[in-house]
Design a protein around this ligand. Structure first.
Ligand code: SF4
Length: 252
């Protein structure tokens, strides 16, 4: 067991746990030991979080080779494309994943989104009750989590670190510095199935009401929340883990 003090995080000051891990496993880009980092017992109980989107197979294969027993959390917003659910089941079977599906709280849905159209009225509120809350509740029983974000996805992801703090959790982004070609090649070499909607032209896939096909000259995620000032669902919190469960939704 590592003697790193993982819970010594002082908000607004130096994060000792992140610093120590950084020095041990990521001293420089040419001396990056991702396997060592992910297998470090000090990370505690680790979850992989996946939306089973078009590039998810890469992260899921890469990490499940190193941590075969790790639980893979999928947030079922109840508004996913049927193709995504089918793809999830296909990857779970092929990669022998330990899937944990979580869903929005029924009572919250019935009070905040009784007609199921909150995505058009208040997409941030919709993401809060359908994605952020269910994931935060589930993550309460984990110490660390792994995400598949990459810098080449642009926007707020352009500068993501490999290792970061997310509230009380340590978050690892193993593919942060990968290029798109690396992801494509990795999936090809390991014969990872392709998301059916990628073949239909979608380069980034989320819930069906908020996903469109981006034009070729745009970034992959440009088809998400088109026409809205929104580029992320909100599950990736700032280092202070700041969010509040204030009431969301329409006025009656
Ligand atoms: S992506 Fe759209 S439909 Fe899905 S939770 Fe967010 S706002 Fe709602």
């Amino acid at each position: 067991m590592s003697d790193i003090d993982f819970w010594s995080w002082p908000p607004g000051a130096i994060d000792n746990a992140i610093s120590e891990l950084q020095q041990q496993y990521l001293p420089s880009l040419d001396r990056l030991d991702m396997a060592g980092l992910l297998k470090n017992e000090g990370l505690g109980k680790v979850a992989i979080v996946s939306s089973f989107g078009v590039e998810s197979g890469c992260l899921l294969h890469f990490v499940s080779q190193l941590l075969p027993a790790a639980e893979v959390i999928f947030v079922d917003t109840l508004l996913h494309f049927p193709e995504t659910l089918k793809y999830r089941d296909q990857l779970v079977e092929k990669l022998k994943l330990n899937l944990v599906t979580v869903a929005p709280h029924k009572k919250l849905l019935s009070t905040e989104d009784p007609r199921g159209d909150l995505y058009s009225l208040d997409p941030n509120g919709c993401c809060l009750i359908r994605k952020v809350f269910p994931l935060q509740d589930q993550l309460a029983s984990y110490n660390s989590w792994i995400s598949g974000r990459k810098r080449y996805q642009g926007g707020q992801r352009s500068n993501i670190p490999i290792l970061e703090r997310s509230g009380e959790h340590i978050k690892v982004n193993p593919l942060a510095t990968w290029t798109k070609s690396m992801v494509i090649n990795y999936m090809r070499v390991h014969e990872i199935p392709i998301h059916p909607l990628l073949e239909a032209g979608y380069r980034s896939v989320g819930c069906w009401p908020c996903t469109s096909i981006a034009v070729q000259s745009q970034e992959d995620r440009a088809g998400r929340w088109i026409g809205r000032e929104k580029t992320e669902c909100g599950i990736h919190l700032g280092p202070d883990g700041n969010f509040s469960r204030k009431r969301v939704g329409r006025s009656k």
